[in-house]
Design a protein around this ligand. Sequence first.
Ligand code: ABU
Length: 496
Amino acid sequence: RISKLHATDLLPKNQNGWQNTRDFLQQVVEILYDYIKEENERTSKILDFHQPEEMHELIDLTIPEKPMTLQELLDSCQQVLKYSVRTGHPRFFNQISCGLDLVSMAGEWLTATANTNMFTYEISPVFILMEKEVIRRMIDLIGWGPDQGDAIFTPGGAIANMYAVNAARHQHYPRVKPLGMSSVPTLCIFTSEDSHYSIKGAAAVLGIGTDCCFNIPTDNIGRMIPEALEQKIVQCKREGLQPFFVCATAGTTVYGAFDPLLKIADICERHKMWFHVDAAWGGGLLLSPEHRYKLAGIERANSVTWNPHKLMGALLQCSACFIRHDGLLFQTNQMSADYLFQQDKPYDVSYDTGDKAMQCGRHNDVFKLWLMWRSKGMEGYRRQINNQMHLAAYFTERIKTIEGYEVIIEKPEYLNICFWYVPPSIRHLDEKEKYARLEKIAPKIKAKMMERGTTMVGYQPDGQKPNFFRMIISNQATTQADLDFLIDEIVEIGKD
Ligand code: ABU
């Protein structure tokens, strides 16, 4: 029946179209059910990889002149999912954000249906209050006082980091907002060489300049060296620059390292600088009483980035920037648009969050987090995160016992395990030759893995280190057997 119908046969165009609407949505949901079921079956493939030109042939992506039928739309939904990567598959280890939490997904469905904007209480009364509640809970976990802290949910951690740099600059140099950078001396900021590239990106966007974003060296497990930081700050001051911002990372992207927050906090205090912690990845550990010590000192931060779409497993996107000084987000970003933020509304307008944000329209990212968090409670998260830490330790120890595997960091601090796989044919080579050949091994194994569609794991080079795998264990569906599968698969593919 649906094959002859069009969108105009549905609500709201067709006021008698409730049955059609229900049938259509029911069928969409059936397609999603099938996808979810299949994604959770270990025998199903993670992806059906094709080169872009081939993919163009396989799937029609054109926008037509004439309306398509509902059946054609359903077929499109099916096709799109057929060629999508199953990021919730228990053997998907490719990204820091992976897994599909079904309660969070249900939250995202509701959010899409409610389809509202997070800039005013007027149009999002419940979600605004919910956001305040969740932000408060996260601030308590960071460890700020009851009267401290505010936050804004942002489109990803890179933007959250940019909010932090901007707030810091406004706190130190408020004249930049009206007058621009010509009103201040040359500013500079600091972050570790293993930190996320978005700090440099923020320097570029905010007019500080990438050359004035200094990368501080890290130790042998990827943590910023505090003495090197202080030396660089002193040198910059001597050269006439104005250091004002330090980013410490809690959970670096490649090695999962935690910078020494307490020592960095001391340096920032001594030099009267803003102390930011990029805990986009590591922030979730605050939910584990056993592992939160790795973030000791975060309570001294002036700002924190924390992405619940990473370790906490909220659906993409769910990121937030926390600022300890309440009111600063408003002061930094407020533009007072009269058409949205009228001051004579019939409620307390401090509940209108829009003027805290750089963006105007803002997606509701809190509902899926709130619903999921309620489904687990604090206890559920503690179990989930401790289990992932246990799996990471298992994986690390296991590969150390298998010929050909070489770990890069003997005892990783977190859920990133970086390693080489050295195939039998090059094991006998001297170190120099072996490392030269290794550059091509991880990409080759990964390409084969994608062709097989059985599992996925990322790789990258780092400085002098040739391409190595970066295993991420943040998918709550993953078990020990899935890790064993990956280990065997790499050995199997790596055979010459
Ligand atoms: N900050 C995004 C990290 C993406 C990834 O490494 O999976």
